[in-house]
Write a protein of this length. Sequence first.
Length: 73
Amino acid sequence: MGFLERLKASPRINKVHSVQDIEEEAEAILRKYSDQNFSYTDAVSFVTMRTGKIQKVFLFGRHFSTAGFMIIP
């Protein structure tokens, strides 16, 4: 079984599709934080995480911390 098949079969993975409501909220975040170097992907991720009540993220960048998420190094 290849990577994509394992990804689709995993009960631990929740695939979220970007829809207009998510994108509108992401664009509002980009306007609010115009002084930051957030990418569109960052902003969509912020919305998705807030909607899913996800507060912690494992990564090496600082953008998520600026947006109010707890970074797990």
